[in-house]
Design a protein around this ligand. Structure first.
Ligand SMILES: [Zn+2]
Ligand SMILES: [Zn+2]
Length: 295
């Protein structure tokens, strides 16, 4: 006997999923991604399996309870038909009363998740904990997509800076620089999780050397020496902003070749510099994605 049970999506159209390997929860909007995705990727551990092994414990519990409810309800109805009152005229008569309720249905609600995403490769709409993960339909990692979304946001902040008063303008430009570098750092770390050793992208010059030496990945590919020095200089500027109130010190001067007469002055960060940095970091990011995929 087969009893079909419908697992309905939540009010946002998302259906909960649970990885059979790491048991972590995520949600997908069926029908928004690949036209015939019979397999599902876990966004967290990238386990791949058929869609029907990704039901959540609550969904299975619900399905089981719906079936039990129907069977026990049918059974009760059949037994009810056997009910009879005792015959008042008979010398001995036994009445039958059937009591009971069908087993209850275990209703559930899908949980809210922190990050809703649309895959830039296959357009699947999905929701996960945290920010980074693999697309459940096509398996593409979203770190580059998130990096680009953060860059777009920084570009909007720079647009705003353009039309703001000087005092606010410089603050917005400084913030944009810090955001661009911290999102690149987050992207880089996430992307290199499976490489041996811990990598930080705050000091991009040292990380470039390390990746080249240990993994054969050249993240500056496609940039000339001047462009790469420019990138490194912007990272040094961010370091000054974060730790020295933006005031040029000996260390900055020697690393960037700044004239010693400028030590003690505030570093200058321009809106167009941050825009150029974003363009260059898109190249660096792509090199990292390709390099890590190969290694
Ligand atoms: Zn998993
Ligand atoms: Zn996808």
């Amino acid at each position: 006997m087969e009893i079909p049970v419908k697992i309905a999506p939540d009010e946002g159209g998302y259906t909960g999923r649970e990885c059979p390997t790491c048991e972590k929860y995520f949600k997908i909007k069926f029908g928004t991604g690949l036209p015939s995705a019979s397999e599902c990727h876990c966004p967290y551990c990238n386990h791949v399996g058929l869609q029907n092994v990704f039901w959540t414990k609550q969904q299975l519990e619900y399905a089981r309870s719906v079936v039990l409810n129907q069977i026990s309800g049918d059974l009760l109805q059949q037994m009810k038909r056997m009910e009879r009152r005792p015959d008042p005229n008979a010398f001995i008569s036994i009445g039958i009363t059937v009591k009971g309720q069908p087993t209850p249905i275990a209703y559930y609600t899908e949980s809210e998740l922190e990050e809703r995403l649309t895959c830039s490769s296959c357009t699947l709409e999905y929701a996960i904990y945290g920010a980074f993960g693999f697309c459940p339909d096509c398996g593409v990692h979203n770190s580059f997509q998130i990096l680009n979304a953060n860059f777009d946001l920084a570009l909007k902040v720079l647009d705003l800076a353009k039309i703001s008063a000087d005092e606010i303008k410089s603050k917005l430009v400084e913030n944009a620089l810090e955001d661009v570098i911290s999102s690149f750092d987050g992207f880089g770390r996430e992307h290199c999780l499976n490489l041996p050793g811990k990598l930080s992208f705050q000091n991009i010059a040292a990380t470039k050397e390390k990746l080249l030496r240990e993994n054969g990945i050249d993240i500056s590919l496609g940039l000339n020496t001047a462009q790469w020095s420019f990138v490194c200089e912007q990272f040094q500027k961010r370091h000054l902003l974060a730790h020295k109130m933006g005031v040029i010190d000996d260390d900055y001067a020697s690393r960037t070749g700044t004239h010693p007469s400028l030590i003690g002055r505030k570093v200058v960060i321009t809106e167009s510099d941050v825009r150029i940095l974003i363009e260059n970091l898109q190249v660096v990011g792509q090199n990292l994605v390709k390099g890590v995929a190969r290694s």
